[in-house]
Design a protein around this ligand. Structure first.
Ligand SMILES: *Cc1c(COP(=O)(O)O)cnc(C)c1O
Length: 476
C-alpha cells in the first residue's frame, strides 16, 4: 500500500493539518545542510541500491521502466530510482541527492512539493478522487488556459499529451474532411499510431512506421518533412496541399534537444496552411506555459504580425505533475467534437478533479508578475555559464534557452534540424552526462532531450552545476 508517512512511522490517515515542514511561509528551499529530511536519509542505504531496484523492476516491468527514456539506454548505466523530491532536488534510493534538470520532463516548473500545489491537491483528493461527472474546476482550468493563449477559445481536457495530440489530429481531420497530415522529423507528438513515422524515400512521399505494431496503412497519410526546410514545405504543399488536414509542429522542438522553428519557416508555414485550408496545430505539450506564460505561440506572435496557430495541444506544465493534458482551438473547430459534433472523443478520467486542482494551482503560481522573467534569467545564467565553461575547456558547445527550457549541444553551432542534432558529439555527451550525474547533477539521459529549470533552482544550484560542468569538461 502506498503510504505518505511510511518512512517516518505508521501509516496515518491524512488530516487537514499539513505536516510541520510544509508550514513554512515561503516555498521551502532545501539547502543541503539545513534540510531536515535530507539528514533523515542515510548517505548510502545498505538495504537497497539502484542496481537492485533496477533488477527487481526488470523482472516485472519490460526494461524495468514505464517509459523507455527512463532506462538510460542512450547513455548506458543504471537508472536512478527516485525515492523523493523537494524543490530543485531529487533523492535516489541510495540517499544520493541530485539537482534536477528534468523536472518530470517539464511539468515541475515550480519545483517539487510546492506548498500551494500540495494543499490544492490534498483538498481536492479529500473532496473526491473522481466523479465521472462535470465539475466547476474544469471550467476554471479551461478559462485559465484560454486567458493566456488567445488562439484558443475552447479546450477539452484529457489525461496525457499522447491522448491530446491524437485527439487533435482526429479533430483536424474531422473538421477539414481530409486525411493527410504533415509532421516534421525530430518532433514527437506522443505515441499515437499515425504519428510514429519516419520520412519516406522521396520528398513529400508518405512515411514509414518507426514502431513495430503500426501497420503501414495507418501511416500512409502521414508526410514527414525536415524541420526548418522551407523548400520542402513549399514542395509538399504544391504537390498535395488540397489533401492536407493539418500540419503538426513543436514550435520549439524539445524532443530533439532544443531547436527553434526559424521565423521565415514559421511565417511560410502559416501562409501555406491558410492558403491551402490546412490547420496549423501547435504541439505545445512541452513548450506550453514553460517557455512563456503565453506559450511558444506568444513568442511567434511577437515576431510575426497577427500570427496564431489554428489548434494547440498542451500537457506537462498544465497538469503540474499530475496526468492532465488538453487540446483546443477556435469555437468553430471545437464544435466538431462530441457531444456537439461528429468527431468522437472521450475519457473516464478526463478533467480528473485532483489533476485539475494541481494544474490550476500551478497555473496560478506561474501567472504571478515577474515569474517568467526570473525563471528565464536563471535558465539563461545556466546555459551561458555552461557555454563559458566549455569555451574555457576548449570544447565546442552551442546553447539556447527560452523561459525555463534549455538545450546544449556538443557542436560549434546550434543545429536547425534532426540530422544536425544527430551529428553532434554523442560520445562526449554521454561522458558529460555520467560525469555530471556522478557529481549530483541530473540531466536528461539522452542528447535529443531538452532540459528544464524550476523556480526553486537557486543561484547556488546554478553555481554548483557549473562547478560540476567545469570538472566534467576537463575530464574529457
Ligand atoms: C511529452 C510530449 C508529448 C507526449 O505527452 P505524454 O504526456 O508523454 O503522452 C507530446 N508532445 C510533446 C511535444 C511532448 O513533449
Amino acid at each position: 500500500m502506498w503510504c505518505p508517512t511510511a518512512s517516518s512511522g505508521p501509516c496515518r490517515r491524512p488530516t487537514r493539518t499539513p505536516p510541520a515542514r510544509r508550514t513554512t511561509p515561503r516555498h521551502p528551499k532545501p539547502q543541503p545542510p539545513t534540510n531536515p529530511r535530507a539528514r533523515e536519509l542515510p548517505a548510502v542505504s545498505t538495504e537497497r541500491s539502484n542496481v537492485q531496484a533496477f533488477e527487481r523492476a526488470q523482472r516485472v516491468i519490460p526494461g524495468g521502466v514505464n517509459s523507455p527514456v527512463r532506462a538510460f539506454r542512450a547513455v548506458g548505466g543504471t537508472p536512478r530510482f527516485i525515492r523523493r523530491a523537494e524543490g530543485a532536488y531529487l533523492w535516489d534510493v541510495e540517499g544520493r541527492r541530485y539537482i534536477d534538470y528534468i523536472g518530470s520532463w517539464g511539468p515541475m516548473i515550480l519545483g517539487h512539493g510546492h506548498p500551494a500545489v500540495l494543499d490544492a491537491v490534498m483538498k481536492a483528493a479529500r473532496d473526491g478522487l473522481s466523479f465521472g461527472a462535470p465539475t466547476e474546476a474544469e471550467a476554471e482550468l479551461a478559462e485559465a488556459i484560454i486567458a493566456q493563449v488567445p488562439s484558443v477559445q475552447q479546450v477539452r481536457l484529457v489525461s496525457s499529451g499522447t491522448e491530446a495530440g491524437m485527439s487533435a489530429l482526429r479533430l483536424a481531420r474531422g473538421a477539414t474532411g481530409r486525411s493527410a497530415i504533415v509532421k516534421f522529423e525530430g518532433c514527437y507528438h506522443g505515441h499515437a499510431d499515425a504519428l510514429l513515422v519516419k520520412a519516406g524515400s522521396g520528398l513529400a512521399t508518405f512515411g514509414h512506421p518507426t514502431s513495430a505494431g503500426v501497420p503501414p496503412e495507418v501511416v500512409q497519410h502521414t508526410m514527414v518533412l525536415e524541420y526548418n526546410n522551407v523548400g520542402q514545405l513549399e514542395q509538399a504543399f504544391a504537390e498535395r496541399g488540397h489533401e492536407i488536414a493539418c500540419v503538426m509542429i513543436e514550435p520549439i522542438a524539445g524532443n530533439m534537444n532544443f531547436v527553434r522553428a526559424s521565423v521565415p519557416f514559421m511565417t511560410r508555414l502559416r501562409e501555406l496552411c491558410t492558403q491551402h485550408g490546412a490547420l496549423l496545430v501547435f504541439d505545445e505539450v512541452m513548450t506550453g506555459f514553460r517557455v512563456a506564460l503565453g506559450s511558444a505561440q506568444s513568442l511567434y506572435a511577437r515576431l510575426i504580425p497577427g500570427f496564431q496557430p489554428d489548434m494547440s495541444v498542451f500537457g506537462k506544465v498544465i497538469g503540474g505533475g499530475m496526468p492532465l493534458a488538453a487540446f483546443g482551438g477556435s469555437r468553430d473547430v471545437m464544435a466538431q467534437l462530441a457531444p456537439l459534433g461528429p468527431v468522437y472523443q472521450a475519457g473516464t478520467l478526463s478533467g480528473n478533479p485532483v489533476a485539475t486542482a494541481c494544474g490550476l494551482a500551478t497555473l496560478r503560481e506561474i501567472s504571478r508578475p515577474g515569474f517568467f522573467d526570473a525563471l528565464a534569467a536563471r535558465t539563461r545564467a545556466l546555459v551561458d555559464g555552461l557555454a563559458a565553461e566549455a569555451r574555457d575547456a576548449g570544447v565546442p558547445m552551442a546553447v539556447d534557452s527560452e523561459g525555463g527550457m534549455f538545450g546544449f549541444f556538443f557542436a560549434a553551432d546550434l543545429p536547425q534540424n534532426y540530422p544536425a542534432v544527430m551529428a553532434t558529439d554523442k560520445e562526449r555527451f554521454n561522458r558529460f552526462f555520467h560525469a555530471m550525474l556522478d557529481r549530483g547533477v541530473y540531466l536528461a539521459p539522452a542528447l535529443y532531450e531538452a532540459g528544464f529549470v524550476s523556480a526553486t533552482h537557486t543561484e547556488a544550484d546554478i553555481a554548483a552545476t557549473l562547478q560540476a560542468a567545469r570538472e566534467a569538461l576537463r575530464q574529457g
